[in-house]
Design a protein around this ligand. Sequence first.
Ligand code: UGA
Length: 437
Amino acid sequence: MDLAIIGSGYVGLVTGACFADVGHNVICVDNDPAKLEALQSGKVPIYEPGLEEVIHRNVSTHRLRFSGNIEEAVDKSQIIFIAVPTPQKPNGDADLSYIEKVAREIAGVLHSYRVIVDKSTVPVKTGEKVAESIKRYNKHNAEFDVVSNPEFLREGCAVRDLMQPDRIVIGAQSERAIALMKQVYEPFMAPILVTDINSAELIKHAANSFLALKISYINALSAICEASGADVEKVADGIGTDKRIGRSFLNAGIGYGGSCFPKDVAAFITISEQLGVPFTLLKEVQRINAEQKDRFLKVIRDTLWVLREKKIAIWGLTFKPDTDDIRSSVAIDLVADMLREGAQVCAYDPKGMEKARMIKAIADATFVNSALEAVEDAEALIIATEWEEFANVDLAVVKEKMRTAIVFDGRNLFDPKTMAQLGFRYHSIGRAAVSPA
Ligand code: UGA
């Protein structure tokens, strides 16, 4: 099929590349000239495992190309996917101005029947607004259908999530649009759920909020574990093996971050309030998430007493492993908090350094080139992102290099017993702190 994707960010780019990889002809559109130039010259502006190969493979077979020209893309494609950002406004609302702008632009160049698909995460009832907007600016009175087709890929494993989805959700009214959408997804051999547009939009917010809730649930439990001497990892295994609960997204830590959960939970709260049915449970999810970082900081302060002038190493700046994305990363907030208290922070991340260096709030941190360089002479090490690379570092060397062997593990990357045997004072989340054996 001939497809256009408007917006070449994390979702748009991965979607476009994977659609091309299963045999569709895809034009990825973006209005950022620098990004376009990079993509056209074979550079991939984000780090996502496997993505570069998929892009190069499909560019070379001419199934995937990049363009700044919406008119050409709309003209040449049967289906146009909108994958532009919907950032959070200060009041928690989702900013839908990019969606509205793209809808207007598409409407202006629509000549014959097209399916316009919203892939960006939007509050329920946005599809209705998109349809209204296209109708209003539809210069040539062309036929069209609006579809909601939310995306469930996770950064760090986006290509795999897209190629092997648990399900595809298609929210549509017209049989014609549903038939075309099913054709797009046929090669993926995944269960397809067809709903109305409002339900599809709600599914996305409800899924992300439920996952955030699961994380806050285990994080709240981690505080109870710490207070009672229980082990949150054991508790998570114990409840997670119940198929009705499931073990995934029950990893306690310093809280969820990223460009999706914080924004989507906030937007879901706002839309529920606007609909007159406030989803107050989600406010508690947010509160627990914020508290988790504060509890972690308190343990650091209680242990080190004073942070001022202490050299503190931090491993991990991205909001999760296997990405270079630092948007709403709890790790970045932690660094900023420690710098404010006068600590000398020495940070290392396998992929997030370039983007982290641009963040004003952590400009006073020192950025180094390896995990071992970061711990040189450090009085404490903080693990903020659970990169595989950190799990493989020789901890005996770490101990040797540190001034005082204290580790605050915000992602439960290591086993407390082993850490004690290696001579560390080791604090983690929801598990008893241990001292050198
Ligand atoms: C999330 C959803 O998982 C995707 O299904 C969805 O498509 C995406 O948002 C989106 O809306 O675009 P993503 O934010 O990329 O994906 O990454 P996740 O793996 O969900 O992690 C989000 C945050 O939760 C990270 O900070 C991670 O460290 C944290 N997390 C995750 C935990 O603290 N504990 C866990 O058990 C799992």
